[in-house]
Design a protein around this ligand. Structure first.
Ligand code: SF4
Ligand code: SF4
Length: 461
């Protein structure tokens, strides 16, 4: 079995995929869902229902409000109770639509059966429109609208569609479960995207800690008879699932600073996105469900789960259904332990991209006290983006924003490899994340000012 991986940096945290044997269970419906208008990267959607309206599952309840935005659908049938601000996962106010659940009626035309539909439609424009209408967004973390990513700008050509099946974050197993339980659906979704991209090669990149998934994909590709599609086992290394790292591992090409994957002929889509594309195009089902892992080092074996959830389910409801929050949970995280975000509010609700409820104990999360940099260079060796985290940290401490930009802090993918490697326990990721936020704010303001100046020049001509 040939093995490959990305070339720069990376670390090897322990796998801890303790929920890997847990088959996907369907979460029962709660009494109420709260559906956020910010389920995707870009502009939040605009509600198009009113308080008192009756809605069905799969019905559009909010429309895109920009080029980078997406439709949002109701995940349940019932009555719209309120539309207003509610705290999201990070504790920020965001508009949510509250729906009281009544029965489970879906809009007409959605096929909820398990019947596999393998014929690949060939009308590219119609397929893109369907993906857009079903509100499909990238489910690998970025939640970028999929119809935009699958429609590269004129002059760019996709040479390779990479299906991200790395799931390199410790603990998370929901992608692994769909790889085993929805193998063919994922491949049909990949074949649909391959058609949309003009028939380019498709590579499914799977880390070698998932031999069962590798075998399942290989046998299903053979059975389906799909051409130009192959499985590539990847040597386990974190963050293999990073877009630029996966492109390097699969194509041996590097995306330049500020560049997009398409600049090197690549389009990367996650396995869960491929499944959502299948459901949208072949089953007419909008993106209102996804899978998530309930896991952590302070849960008993019976508390580990992989769930199929609907968007808008309160996290507190899921936690309670799963057996309650363990008393020794020191931290609850949405996402993996390396890149996930601490949950400050269990009343927040699931969104399209939710992937976990991760409970970590004091022992795992306790930070050692911060020491002084000993200039060992381990953080730079570990950085998969070729940055110098010790330098970025130093520059942030003296607020040198120009130097931070020159040293490409904006390229940081917030993977946490530097923090993981630092023997002085310096919270590099925290500092670098803040520095990146400030520098990107400056860059955005500069671009907006340049655009406004160019427009005013044109008007004055
Ligand atoms: S968090 Fe940023 S700086 Fe640190 S290793 Fe990852 S990419 Fe490099
Ligand atoms: S790993 Fe820590 S101690 Fe070593 S150079 Fe980087 S910041 Fe300094």
């Amino acid at each position: 079995m040939s093995k490959t991986t990305f070339s720069l940096g990376g670390v090897h945290p322990s796998d801890v995929k303790i929920a890997r044997e847990k088959a996907i269970e369907v979460l029962p419906l709660p009494q109420t869902v709260y559906i956020s208008m910010a389920q995707h990267l870009g502009a939040p959607a605009t509600p198009c229902v009113a308080v008192g309206d009756q809605v069905k599952a799969g019905q559009v309840i909010a429309e895109p409000s920009g080029f980078i935005s997406a439709f949002v659908h109701s995940s349940v049938s019932g009555t719209v109770k309120s539309i207003g601000a509610r705290k999201d996962l990070s504790g920020k106010d965001m508009t949510h639509i509250e729906i009281a659940v009544e029965g489970d009626e879906w809009v007409e035309g959605v096929d909820l059966s398990d019947t596999l539909v393998t014929d690949i439609p060939q009308d590219k424009a119609a397929v893109l429109e369907k993906i857009k209408a079903c509100g499909v967004v990238g489910l690998g973390g970025a939640t970028f609208p999929t119809h935009v990513k699958l429609n590269p700008a004129p002059g760019s050509k996709a040479e390779c569609l990479i299906i991200n099946a790395a799931e390199c974050e410790p603990y998370l197993t929901c992608d692994y479960r769909i790889m085993l339980e929805k193998t063919k659906e994922i491949l049909v979704g990949a074949a649909i995207m391959q058609m949309v991209l003009g028939g380019c090669k498709t590579v499914i990149g799977v880390e070698d800690n998932k031999p069962e998934a590798i075998a399942a994909f290989k046998s299903a590709i053979k059975e389906l008879g799909y051409q130009g599609m192959e499985v590539l086992p990847l040597k386990k290394k974190y963050p293999q699932g990073g877009e630029k790292q996966l492109i390097d591992a699969v194509m041996k090409r590097q995306v330049k600073s500020g560049g997009l994957p398409i600049s090197v002929g690549a389009v990367v889509q996650n396995v869960a996105t491929a499944l959502a594309v299948y459901e949208a195009v072949q089953k007419n089902k909008p993106l209102v469900t996804n899978t998530m892992t309930v896991t952590g080092d302070c849960l008993p074996e019976s508390g580990l789960h992989n769930y199929l959830f609907r968007i808008g389910m309160p996290l507190s409801y899921i936690a309670e259904y799963a057996g309650g929050i363990p008393s020794d949970a020191a931290k609850i995280i949405s996402g993996g332990p390396m890149m996930g975000k601490a949950i400050s509010n269990m009343d927040a609700c699931t969104v399209k991209g939710s992937s976990s409820l991760l409970y970590l104990s004091e022992k795992t999360t306790k930070r050692q006290s911060e020491g002084s940099c000993i200039r060992c260079g381990k953080c730079a060796d570990a950085c998969p983006m070729g940055l110098e985290p010790f330098l970025l940290n130093r520059l942030y401490k003296v607020s040198d924003m120009d130097a931070l930009e020159q040293n490409a802090v904006q390229d940081c993918i917030e993977c946490g490899c530097c923090l993981y490697s630092c023997p002085a326990f310096i919270p590099l990721l925290d500092y670098i994340r803040q520095a990146k936020g400030q520098v990107m704010g400056i860059m955005r303001a500069r671009a907006a000012a340049a655009k406004a100046a160019a427009e005013s020049k044109t008007e004055n001509k």
